[in-house]
Design a protein around this ligand. Structure first.
Ligand code: AMP
Length: 474
């Protein structure tokens, strides 16, 4: 099949230029399938996971549609509803990038940031309003926004809205919109519940499915590690050291475990930030920014906070806990292996409940998750003070001699800061070293207190043999 280009989908030259500036060579399947229908004015019922280019599939044609016309004060011309602040902010980012050559105005209404600034934006009139349901209703109740001029409505991540209990708010908002409008309804999966729900919002929609429900991308190599509940942190640390981790999201099931894990990792000289729904908005945005900028390579996150996040080039996802909801597994590992890049996902299992959850996950994804053996992982298996196996340096090729504790002048492990049960004899602090990487890159590799520069090739450097960490192989 000959690939189409963006202008063949009916987009104007300015939009084709904007996507070319971003390095997009051709539309993704969801873009190819939905853009022409959105431009025709059809409602859409779209099933696409994040990472498929879904955002551009609705923002690009919306810009085209809104290019003619002007917004009046407090009467937005289109509305995009997203379940979380992060997702809404991400859509706003994309919108800004795509509309470089258009003079469209936008407002982002999310909780945790100044009401006053949002109010000023609304008072000037906005072409595109991007909002989470709660904050939009707050503005509506204060009489700061009217929705009677909305011509295009997008409901993004509808399945998440359902999970998070936002549907009554969404229904209320939709009741404030004119009945004659175009509605684009997107969900990661089109379950029966979602289809039933969509009936309330869309009319005679074009149904577009780009991936079978809950399939995992081929670009993500999945692995499973079994250990004891006490061994989980040690297994994680060894994976972090042995894998060529550029940046990783580590998922926990419970919010309270997130801070414990952050503290534990920091105690072992890893650099990590937390991201969960109980943090203030500014703390969440700050953590995300540090992670996106590469200042902190590890983000320990909950499902709600990390759902739909688009972190460009994420190398790894770790499930510190097996998710209780099989679909969450698909979403979690879908943070990596995006936009054609390859990624790696590791799931750490430790209990009978986990076995049950894994059963549903494997049923949903239609294949077993390949098991790697943690038995040879001395640290994890015994929870002892034993040093992790020496052969741990991969990819970046640091020599083990150069990075052994004795030679590594960086030892930020505060004695007594690490959790009681854990081994403090960490050898190679690859991620921790990288976290200082921006500083070390600027100053120079062998600055005092920094890890030495990676040798081009060293006899004691473990070669990147492929995929499964050597010490975990049977
Ligand atoms: P999304 O599914 O909308 O979250 O997009 C996932 C990632 O794919 C984002 O980083 C987009 O910038 C990128 N992307 C979207 N469309 C394309 C495209 N046609 N070509 C290359 N990258 C794209």
């Amino acid at each position: 099949m000959v690939p189409v280009n963006f202008s063949e989908l009916g987009l104007c030259d300015e939009l084709s230029q904007a996507v070319a500036d971003l390095g997009y060579k051709e539309p993704t399947p969801i873009q190819e399938k939905s853009i022409p229908y959105v431009l025709m004015g059809r409602d859409i019922l779209g099933s696409a996971q994040t990472g498929t280019g879904k955002t551009a599939s609705f923002t690009l044609p919306m810009i085209e549609i809104l290019a003619s016309g002007r917004a009046k004060a407090r009467l937005p011309r289109s509305l995009i509803l997203a379940p979380t602040r992060e997702l809404a902010a991400q859509v706003a980012d994309s919108f800004e990038k795509f509309s470089t050559y258009h003079k469209l105005s936008m407002a982002l209404l999310i909780g945790g940031v100044s009401f006053a600034d949002q109010n000023v934006a609304l008072s000037k009139g906005v072409d595109v309003l991007i909002a989470t349901p709660g904050r939009l209703l707050d503005h509506f109740e204060r009489g700061k926004v009217l929705l009677t001029d909305v011509k295009v409505l997008v409901i993004d991540e509808a399945d998440r809205m359902l999970d998070m209990g936002f549907i009554p708010d969404v229904e209320r908002i939709v009741g404030l919109l004119p009945p004659l409008r175009q509605t684009l309804f997107f969900s990661a999966t089109l379950s029966d519940d979602i289809k039933k729900l969509s009936d309330k919002f869309v009319s005679n929609p074009k149904v577009i499915e780009v991936a079978p429900p809950a399939s995992t991308a081929d670009t993500v190599a999945q692995h499973l590690v079994w250990t004891s509940p006490k061994g989980k942190r040690a297994v994680l640390r060894n994976l972090l050291r042995s894998e060529d981790v550029r940046n990783a999201v580590i998922f926990c099931n419970r919010k309270r475990d997130i801070s414990t894990l952050v503290t534990s990792l920091k105690g072992h000289d890893f650099s990590a930030v937390a991201l969960h729904g109980d943090m203030t908005q500014s703390a969440r945005l700050d953590a995300l920014q540090k992670f996106r900028d590469g200042d902190v390579p590890l983000m320990i996150a909950s499902d709600v906070a990390a759902r739909g996040l688009d972190i460009v080039g994420l190398s790894h996802v770790f499930n510190f806990d097996v998710p209780g909801n099989a679909e969450d597994y698909v979403h979690r590992i879908g943070r990596t292996g995006r936009a054609g890049k390859s990624g790696r996902a590791f799931t750490i299992a430790a209990s009978e409940d986990d076995r049950k959850y894994l059963g549903s996950i494997e049923k949903l994804i239609g294949k077993p998750i390949p098991l790697i053996d943690a038995e040879n992982n001395a640290e994890a298996a015994s929870d002892s003070k034993a040093k992790p196996p020496a052969a741990k340096v991969r990819g970046r090729g640091r020599s083990s001699a150069a990075t052994s504790p004795a030679n590594n002048t960086v030892d930020a492990t505060p004695a007594g800061n690490a959790p009681a049960n854990e081994d403090k004899a960490d050898g190679n602090k690859v991620i921790a070293g990288r976290s200082r990487g921006s500083r070390s890159r600027k100053q120079h590799e062998n600055a005092p207190g920094e890890l030495p520069a990676p040798p081009e090739c060293s006899g004691d450097t473990l070669q990147d043999t492929g995929h499964v960490p050597a010490f975990l192989l049977r």
